[in-house]
Write a protein that binds this ligand. Structure first.
Ligand code: PMV
Length: 291
């Protein structure tokens, strides 16, 4: 790369509770992870990504970010330690990092709230629907809760779209160990979000499941605040069952969750599902009986 290079990076995340139902304005809890997406940008002629052109189909987030800003000349080089389509927030981290770099290059405001809003709008456009949980966690880091019970977190910003609204809060999280299991199956978020929307529109019980995930997530946030790992684990496993009923789990995810229950407080898929990853909250001892 020639010219002045701007570098920005952002972390991936894991959703502890509340994926999918959060798209409908329910609560969710996520943690940033120590794997980041990094991008370097500098002015150039045309759009070059790692030395090649981009396509809206293969690079929908980059294409959307540049199109929304009318950018047609830019060189981008990326490096990621977050596998794409793994449910660990690679596209949110990509969006946060690229938007941050572009804002820096253009001398625009780089405050967290402005970044989180633009990254959310990008995901919303690409997926057809989205919540701010991934993008806000990637921008803010640490523990992030959306629509949490009063007093559990410190509100940092508020986002509304499509009839839903989300208050995003920073939430303190005690020391916990999560193991991530990857199915090896890449799954794009957009189609799974649309699948849940269609299911909700065609099945009158789907809204009850979404409400129940909301309740489980609120209880889980209280369990996190009380450092009650047993209860949090139990709620994670219950959330996995509810997500399975919504149709976003798969055989491989169920196998990994089942296999980990003996060694964990609880386990569930994380992110959009359909493949991707699961998480288990680790105990230091083997559990005697499966729940
Ligand atoms: O799989 P990921 O990392 O894109 O997570 C998606 C989380 C959803 O709740 C399914 C969608 C959203 O926008 O919140």
């Amino acid at each position: 790369m020639n010219g002045r290079i701007i570098r920005a990076s952002a972390p991936g995340k894991l959703i502890v509770l509340g994926e999918h139902s959060v798209v409908f304005g329910k609560p969710a809890l996520a943690l940033a992870i120590d794997r980041r997406f990094r991008c370097d940008i500098c002015p150039g002629s045309g759009i070059l990504l790692n030395g090649a052109g981009i396509s809206p189909r293969l690079h929908p987030h980059i294409d959307t970010i540049l199109r929304r800003r009318n950018i047609s000349d830019l060189r981008i080089e990326t490096e990621s330690r977050i596998p794409s389509g793994s449910g660990l927030g690679s596209s949110a981290a990509l969006s946060a990092a690229l938007i941050g770099a572009v804002r820096l290059m253009r001398g625009e405001a780089c405050g967290e709230e402005a970044l989180a809003l633009e990254a959310f709008e990008t995901e919303y456009e690409v997926q057809g629907r989205a919540s701010p949980i991934d993008t806000s966690t990637s921008v803010h880091g640490g523990g992030v809760a959306v629509n949490c019970p009063e007093g559990l977190g410190t509100p940092i910003w508020h986002i509304s779209k499509g009839g839903n609204s989300w208050t995003v809060s920073d939430i303190p999280v005690p020391e916990m160990t999560f193991v991530v299991g990857y199915t090896g199956i890449k799954a794009a978020t957009g189609p799974l979000v649309q699948k849940v929307r269609k299911y909700k529109e065609s099945n009158r019980f789907a809204s009850d499941i979404i409400d129940e995930i909301g309740e489980v997530t609120r209880d889980g946030m209280r369990a996190v605040s009380n450092d009650d790992k047993d209860l949090l684990g139990e709620l994670m496993t219950r959330d996995h069952k509810l997500l399975s009923i919504l149709g976003v789990s798969c055989r491989e995810l169920n196998k990994l969750v089942d296999a980990s229950l003996e060694y964990s407080y609880g386990a569930k898929l994380t992110g959009s599902g359909g493949g991707g990853s699961m998480i288990a909250s680790l105990t230091s001892r083997r559990r005697s009986a499966k729940p």
